[in-house]
Design a protein around this ligand. Structure first.
Ligand SMILES: C[S@@+](CC[C@H](N)C(=O)[O-])C[C@H]1O[C@@H](n2cnc3c(N)ncnc32)[C@H](O)[C@@H]1O
Ligand SMILES: Nc1nc2[nH]cc(C(=O)O)c2c(=O)[nH]1
Ligand code: SF4
Ligand SMILES: [Mg+2]
Length: 255
C-alpha cells in the first residue's frame, strides 16, 4: 500500500477513561481527541492545538503516554485502540472532530462511535450519518461565541439546527443536546435553541460551566445560580426530558 492510500488526521491524544458528561456518564470509553477547532468558545477547557506528536496510552487507564508522529493514519489509530477492552464506545472529540469527517468515515473499529461535536459543520456531519451511533451535540448559544461577528453567529445557529436534523435520533442512533450554562446565559436563547432541535434529540442536558483558569478561585464570577438553572430546567421540561448534569470527570480528576 502506498502512502497516498492512507487517510491521516492530526490527533492530540488517545486514552481510556469514562464518559464524564451527559446521559452516558460513567460508561467506559476510549477517547480520541482531534486537533483543531473552527470555534473559540468563551469557556473552552481544552487545548486543541496541533502538536507534532500524538500522546497515546499504551496501557489503558495507566495515565502513562507514548508518542507517535502526527498526522496519524486510520490504521495507526486502529492499532492504538486495539488493547482497550470492554468499551461502551469510542468518543471522537477535540477540538472539533467533524473537521476530520473524511478520516472518521474510513475508521474500522469494533466499538460503536460516539461523536462529541459543536454541530456547526453540516456538510461534514452529512458524511457521518451512517457511521456514528451516539451523537453528543453541544448547542453553542450566541453568548458562548461572543467574539465572532453577529452574521457568522447567526449562520452557526442555522448550521447547528441542520446538523441536529442530519444526525437526529433514530432506531439505530441516539442523539442528545448539551448546553453549557453560565451567569450570562439567557433563558430566551436557551428556549429558542431547544425549540429548534427538540424533535431531533432524546434529551437535553444543561451542563453548568466548570470554572477554568483564574475563575477557579472566584467561581461566583462565571457560574449561574442554582435557582436560575432549576428555572431553565422547569421551562424546558414542558418540551422535552431535560437534565442538569455537571462535568463529572473534573470532580474525581480522571482524564
Ligand atoms: C472540549 S469540547 C470538544 C468537542 C466539541 N468541540 C464540542 O464543543 O462539543 C467537549 C465538551 O466540553 C465542554 N466544555 C468545555 N469547556 C467547558 C467548561 N468550562 N464547562 C463545562 N463544559 C465545558 C463542551 O461544551 C463540550 O461539551
Ligand atoms: N472523562 C471525560 N469525559 C468527557 N466527555 C466529553 C469530553 C470532551 O472533552 O469531549 C470528555 C473528557 O475530556 N473526559
Ligand atoms: S467547539 Fe468545543 S473544542 Fe471548540 S472551542 Fe468550543 S468547546 Fe472548545
Ligand atoms: Mg474534556
Amino acid at each position: 500500500m502506498s502512502a497516498s492510500d492512507h487517510t491521516f488526521a492530526p490527533i492530540k491524544e488517545v486514552f481510556c477513561s469514562v464518559q464524564g458528561e451527559g446521559p452516558y456518564v460513567g460508561t467506559r470509553q476510549a477517547f480520541v481527541r482531534f486537533s483543531g477547532c473552527n470555534l473559540s468558545c468563551n469557556y473552552c477547557d481544552t487545548d486543541f492545538a496541533n502538536p507534532g506528536t500524538c500522546d497515546y496510552e499504551q496501557v489503558e487507564g495507566s495515565g502513562s503516554f507514548e508518542k507517535s508522529p502526527n498526522p496519524v493514519s486510520t490504521e495507526e489509530l486502529e492499532a492504538m485502540l486495539q488493547p482497550f477492552e470492554k468499551l461502551h464506545s469510542v468518543s471522537l472529540t477535540g477540538g472539533e472532530p467533524l473537521l476530520h469527517a473524511n478520516f472518521i468515515e474510513k475508521l474500522n473499529l469494533s466499538s460503536p462511535l460516539y461523536l462529541e461535536s459543536n454541530m456547526t459543520l453540516p456538510e461534514h456531519a452529512r458524511k457521518l450519518s451512517g457511521k456514528v451511533t451516539y451523537v453528543s451535540g453541544d448547542f453553542k448559544l450566541p453568548e458562548a461565541i461572543r467574539s465572532i461577528c453577529p452574521e457568522t453567529r447567526e449562520a452557526h445557529v442555522e448550521n447547528t439546527i441542520e446538523c441536529f436534523r442530519l444526525l437526529r435520533k433514530n432506531s439505530s442512533r441516539d442523539c442528545f443536546c448539551k448546553i453549557v450554562i453560565n451567569r450570562d446565559t439567557k433563558s430566551e436563547t436557551v428556549n429558542l435553541a431547544v425549540e429548534a432541535i427538540a424533535a431531533y434529540v432524546s434529551c437535553v442536558i444543561l451542563q453548568p460551566e466548570t470554572p477554568i483558569g483564574s475563575e477557579v478561585r472566584n467561581t461566583k464570577f462565571t457560574q449561574a445560580s442554582v435557582q436560575n438553572i432549576l428555572k431553565l430546567q422547569k421551562n424546558l421540561l414542558e418540551m422535552i426530558d431535560t437534565r442538569i448534569i455537571p462535568q463529572t470527570h473534573r470532580m474525581w480528576g480522571c482524564l
